[in-house]
Design a protein around this ligand. Structure first.
Ligand SMILES: NC(=O)c1ccc[n+]([C@@H]2O[C@H](COP(=O)([O-])OP(=O)(O)OC[C@H]3O[C@@H](n4cnc5c(N)ncnc54)[C@H](OP(=O)(O)O)[C@@H]3O)[C@@H](O)[C@H]2O)c1
Length: 250
């Protein structure tokens, strides 16, 4: 890891129980200059619980519950004056009860609402509560994992209405956050990031047509994302980046 990440004292990883989030915690713990990492989980996770490191604090967080978001921020504030890095790795594509919609025939309001609650509204509420921890004079990055599928300009295939729309909404909410943070947290850089197709439970049912060289391990994905995060400039706030550092169309 390079320069900016070496100046991170305290970091928060939201969705640390997921494939990319868990690896994000592992790679941040490899950084000796980081004194404190807060990692949130929705459901408990054995692999996360198994990490034994005095720098790691694990906290429950369901992003659909605003009171819990406020509690997490207050808990962090009690021990840390400021965060230099927040990476939100939470997101939903499918569950036992929901599958991405292939056609308008499959749309139902409850499922659409569930996509928006986790993928769009939760991150926006996180952005609402984080400012006390991002107001310091030092550089801070607030990165949320989005998806290229959320790009409206790039949508040639259709389908997956709820996931696509909730990620497009996420991109707009974070762009708007970036504009407000320029006034309220001027040293915070707000971005959305496309991690690339990564071998996690989220992509597993849909990997059949992905060429092997386009399917990243979580280790590779997190290395690439941390490189992008490390190289961000203040002027990049509000932008949507791919894993290789290129900007993606809205
Ligand atoms: N994998 C890919 O190919 C790919 C491609 C493009 C974009 N992405 C994006 O990258 C991010 C990480 O994906 P992943 O592959 O690591 O997926 P994953 O392994 O399924 O992890 C998803 C994470 O989201 C958390 N989550 C779900 N609902 C939540 C809620 N209500 N509150 C808080 N956390 C919640 C999960 O927590 P629990 O398991 O504890 O519920 C889990 O930690 C997602 O935003 C995804 O959309 C992934």
């Amino acid at each position: 890891m390079t320069s900016h990440l070496q100046q991170v004292n305290a970091a928060l990883v939201v969705g640390a129980s997921g494939g990319i989030g868990l690896e994000m915690v592992h790679q941040l713990l490899e950084q000796p200059t980081i004194h404190q990492i807060y990692a949130t989980y929705n459901r408990s996770n054995d692999a996360l619980q198994a990490i034994s490191d005095s720098r790691l604090t694990q906290l429950p967080l369901d992003l659909t519950n605003e009171a819990q978001i406020a509690t997490v921020v207050q808990t962090i504030q009690a021990t840390t004056p400021a965060l230099h890095l927040v990476v939100n790795c939470a997101g939903v594509l499918h569950t036992d009860a929901m599958q991405p919609e292939k056609s308008l025939r499959h749309l139902n309001p409850q499922q659409l609402s569930d996509y928006f609650l986790v993928n769009s509204i939760g991150p926006a509420l996180l952005a609402k509560h984080l400012p006390p921890l991002l107001k310091q004079g030092d550089r801070a990055v607030f990165a949320t994992l989005s998806a290229k599928l959320g790009s409206i300009g790039d949508n040639q295939l259709g389908g997956w209405y709820g996931y696509r729309a909730s990620k497009a909404a996420l991109n707009q909410l974070m762009r708007t956050t970036a504009i407000e943070y320029k006034r309220t947290c001027p040293n915070a850089i707000v971005v959305t990031l496309h991690p690339g197709t990564t071998d996690t439970q989220l992509s597993r049912p849909f990997q059949r047509n992905v060429p092997p060289d386009k399917l990243f391990t979580p280790q590779r994905t997190v290395r690439q994302l941390l490189l992008v995060i490390d190289q961000l400039q203040n002027s990049d706030s509000g932008e949507f980046f791919s894993w290789d550092g290129n900007r993606l169309p809205w």
